[in-house]
Structures are given as structure tokens and as C-alpha cells.
Design a protein around this ligand. Sequence first.
Ligand code: TXA
Ligand code: MG
Length: 323
Amino acid sequence: MHQDFAPILDPKGDGVDIAVEALRSGKLVCIPTETVYGLAADATNDKAVASIFDAKERPAFNPLIIHVADESKAWDHAVSCEPARTLADKFWPGPLTLVLPRRKESNVSLLASAGLDTLALRVPAHPVAHRLLAAADFPIAAPSANRSGTISPTRVSHVAGNFADSIAGVVDGGPCQIGLESTVVGFDGDVPVLLRPGGIATEQLEAIVGVLLSADPDSKVVAPGMMKRHYAPNSTLRLDATDVRPGEVMLGFGQQMPPDAPRHSLNLSKTGDLDECAANFFAMLRELDDIGATGIAVMSIPETGLGKAVNDRLRRAVTPDQV
Ligand code: TXA
Ligand code: MG
């Protein structure tokens, strides 16, 4: 039966139990995490995992992140190394994903890892995600709950109408506190490699494990999902804008927003706070995109802290479609 909106499941009531039962029976559920909402399935169920790829129209070569309740469960599925354990001890639960060699005995679907011999693992900090994972006796595969290549969802309203026919419900965890996907770190031997900047600032990771290698397209360790064009709104983005041109609205940052910025323009953080900027980023981009302006003039955002991850998403949103 067609439905326009999936049921909203309230975690204050029996929402978490309903979600776990649905996942156990092979259905998909949208779940909150502190980064973005995820489209979740039992990671050990091949058919359920396949339906994530279907619903998102996601290329099957792009592997999914596997979510577990705590660090010890992560090591049931992947082989750790010293810097991985150091990072996990310090940043889990939290917005960090570690890509590590998969254990032969792991029951995670091979489709979830797109046939790679590594697994991407994360222990989310959102209390509702944690309750869900603790109640489920299986790991949960969950990519961001948006169609492949579009803006990631950070509010229930961003997901409620999506996938209405493919999911059993959306667990309401409120607005996502971090607002950007997790930082993804892989390892070249024992050396950490930054695969995707995200919700934990690179500087914070480097303070603990030293300089991270960067993943270039030729390096041994890459994230197949880091396609050049991604996170794309419909409106054209103009980066590093200092003015607003006819037909544009402005996505500002800090106190220097031009006084003549048109109505509907938004400011990511009036005080120039990069954490606040990250938390608002996807939601404000969506809001401006929905106005249907010809273009969005985006002011420049400092390349430090979470600003790096925001700039990464902005650059990917303006890169022309790849063939
Ligand atoms: O914050 C997040 O990470 C959110 C929430 C829901 O947890 N999830 C998320 O998943 O952003 P997704 O599927 O949109 O992004 C996963 C990224 C992709 O770039 C993918 O290629 C990479 O992680 N990845 C997953 N498994 C990998 C692996 N085995 N090796 C390298 N990269 C991997
Ligand atoms: Mg995504």
C-alpha cells in the first residue's frame, strides 16, 4: 500500500522496541544519530542490506557503515591496530568511523561492505541510537538517509516523506546535534588515513595519533563513496561570496553578512562558531534550496575545526557531475 509519510516512532514510548522488531524482521527504519539520520537495516541480513541500496539508489560498490553498541562489539567484526584502539578509546561513542580489516568470522553481510576485505565501524553517541543498538542483538548498517548524491538529513522532517514506501518508520531523535557525517579514518598498515572529514575535527584526531595521511585517488586506502559530486542541492552554489547577485539568496557566516542580503537568507553562525555552523549546515542548505532561488551565495567558512568538513561538502556540491 502506498503511504506518503512513514510512521514516526516515539522513543519516549515504545518507538525503540517497534524499530528493533522491524529491523529484526528484515525491514528498514530511519534512525537518529548525533551526526545525521541513518537508513538502518540488520547488517547481517543480506536482503535487508540490499533494500538499503535499492531505496537510496546507491551504487553497489559503495560500502555502508556498520553501527555497534560499544567498542568491544566492534572488535568482534574487525581487527584493530594500536592507533585504531587509541582513537576508539578516546572518541567512541561519537562521530568517528574506523575502517579496518574484516574478521573472517564476522556475520556482517558481504554486500554491506561491497565485497571489500575491510569494514567501516562506528559506535554512535546519540542516546536513542545507543538504546536501539543495545536492544538489538545484531549490528546495524546505516548510510545517511538521503537518496544517493543528495543532501544528508539532520531533522525528522527531512526523512519523514522519504522512503515512505520502503521503511517501517522513523525514530524521532530530534535535530542531530553534530549535523555532519562522521569523520572516516582508515589505516595504511598502522598509519591512520583521513578518508572523509566529518563530525570530529581533524586537529582533535591528530592531537592523539599524530598527522593523518590524506587519501588521494591513487592511495591504497580510499572511501569508495567519496565521489566528487555529492551532497548536491538543486540551486547553483557560489562559494566564497562577499555579495549577493540578482536572483540569489545568501548562506552567510559570521558578522560580516551584507546588510542588503535578501529576505530568506540565513546565517550558519552569527558568532562565527564552527560547531554551530556544522549543526546548521545541511538543514539551512535544504531550506534555501526549497525556496527555489536561482542560486545560493555562500560566504567563506574558515578551513579549521569542523569548517574543514563543511568546506569539503560545499566543494563536492559544486563539482560538475562526473561521467
Ligand atoms: O555519520 C555517519 O557516518 C552517517 C550516520 C548514519 O552514521 N552515515 C554515513 O554513511 O554517512 P554513508 O554511507 O553516507 O557514508 C559512508 C562512507 C562512504 O563514503 C563509504 O564509501 C565509506 O564510508 N566506507 C564505508 N565502508 C568502507 C570501507 N570498507 N572502506 C572504505 N570506505 C568505506
Ligand atoms: Mg551519505
